[in-house]
Write a protein that binds this ligand. Sequence first.
Ligand code: SME
Length: 159
Amino acid sequence: MAEDLFIIKGTKENQYQSLLPQIEALLVGEDDLIANLANIAAALKTQFNFLWVGFYLVKDDQLVLGPFQGPIACTRIQKGRGVCGVAWQENKVLVVPDVDQFPGHIACSSASKSEIVVPIRQGDNVLGVLDIDSEQLNSFDEVDEKYLTQLLRLLPSSV
Ligand code: SME
C-alpha cells in the first residue's frame, strides 16, 4: 500500500483523475468495508479539503454514521429524512447547491453550505451513502457525481 497520498493542484477533474487510481491501489487486497471507507474519507478530505467527508451505512432500516473526516456529526438518519435519507430512499445522487433551499436538510454543522450525497450500491440495494459537505455554495456538480460514482464502484462490496 502507498505510504503517502500524492496531492495535486489543478481542475477538479484533474484532482479526481489523480486521486482515483491512488484510492484503487489502497483498496487492493482489502475487503473490509469499514477499513476501505475510512481510507476513502481520508483521501477525499486530504485532496479536496472539504468541510466533511463521510459515510452513513444502512442498519436496521436507518442510516448510521460510519467512517468520516471532519466535525462531529449526527449519528442516525431516518429513510426519507435530510439529503442523505432522500438519496437513500430514491437510490439516486443528490447535488444540493444551497443546503438552506433543501426542505428537511439536516444541519450537522452550521458551516455547511452545499452538499453531495452518492448512494453506495450493491445490485439493487443501497448499502449506505457517501456524504460530502462544503463551506461554499455551489461546490458540487456533474463532475463530482461522475467521479464519486466511479470511486464507489471500486469498493469490493459494491457492484
Ligand atoms: N446534511 C445531511 C446530514 C449529515 S451531515 O451533513 C454530516 C443531511 O441532510 O442528510
